[in-house]
Design a protein around this ligand. Sequence first.
Ligand SMILES: [Zn+2]
Length: 479
Amino acid sequence: MESDPLHSPAHHHPNSKTALLSFHTDSSITTSAAKPTFQNKVLLISLLSTTFTAVIAAVSFAFLFLSATSAAAGESKTIKITTTARSLTKLTHPIVILISSDGFRFGYQFKAPTPNIHRLINNGTSAELGLIPVFPTLTFPNHYSIVTGLYPPHHGIINNYFVDPITGDKFSMASHEPKWWLGEPLWETVAKHGKKAATYFWPGSEVIKPDWDCPSNYCIHYNGSIPFEERVDTVISYFDLPINEIPVFMTLYFEDPDHQGHQVGPDDPEITQAVINIDKMIGRLIKGLEKRGVFEDVNIFMVGDHGMVGTCDKKLIFLDDLEIPSNWVQSYTPLLAISPPPEFSPAEIVAKMNSGLQSGKVVNGKHLKVYLKEDLPKRLHYSDSYRIPPIIGLLDEGYKVEQKDSNKNECGGAHGYDNEYFSMRTIFIAHGPQFAKGRKVPSFENVQIYNLVTSILDVEGAPNNGSVSFPNSVLLPHA
Ligand SMILES: [Zn+2]
């Protein structure tokens, strides 16, 4: 497996893998055909990949076609299927509740009966194959991309912890100084337009911005020991305010199932339990909103920040084997970030590390590749910030980097890998007046969410990396 050249460039991409597998199956069935030569194989493989892409495209188009025809057919019958946004029945203005379930890997929703999450899916719009996180697929960079629409180099939170190379100041997940947090998060955009926002936890929500002063009662300071029920009940209680005083934008955050995922990996029954519990919280929220007659009026977004993959011993790479000292390393795994002292040339270190990794002398060396940040694949959007250390390592899925072999014997889960891995995907489910019922949309990156929210709330958003036309492709137009 490790030396199989077919796996090195293509293994990142689930589609290419499927194409290869189907090729082998097909060739074994067509017995009358002459044995394919190597060149024919390559041609066939590329044809199959092209076909696969075409099939995907065709399926997406068929989807649009089907939704359009079923809606048209619906209108001629007695059951009316709305193709425009439904009007509000009780509220007088649109409201968005943005919920994050940390580390909710795409697919967890099928681990156990999750009737409440499925109620949102079946009556709302969801990303059929999940939401694509930004790179690095870590908690803080992703949560802040969701609320700013910016890739990490532009919003400044390039890792969960890092050192500012100019000042030497250290950022950690407890840092609330405004200098770290760039961009304009949704709560600030809302406040800037004279509307009320409420944050029940979200990375960055406690940070003072020009148009956000983290108002008491509406900006809860992070405390992981507050029970999930209490968080949900507080958000529900905002709907007991006079209608014009209800915040138009609210966040709600749960640490699970990320917490369990790290300890036991994505396939442990503990994850199933955590998912069932998150579903109960969604049920609690729905019930509270229904009791107040506003469930159908509110826009609920349920998202996660990233997925999770199992990591077990023997999938380790040790930096001692490459003679990289620990004091050069800003973060180990899965995002390897190295900042050598100024007298060393980063380019030379990258060359030396890669030749060591490819020499066959470093255990698991083939599963790590290091880059000068400016040479990282462009699709990762991870170079355009002085805060990003000069050397970045990309690990194969499930592998980890450590300084030295400590003979630890553990199995758990991790995230932070290339956002192209399917295991890093999370969920996007949206329910409300502007979302078609039961609609599935193709996967998209989480930087698109900012424009969706500002579009629903009808406020002008700050410039960002999302596409201006994206909301039109997901939201129902107003009548
Ligand atoms: Zn997370």
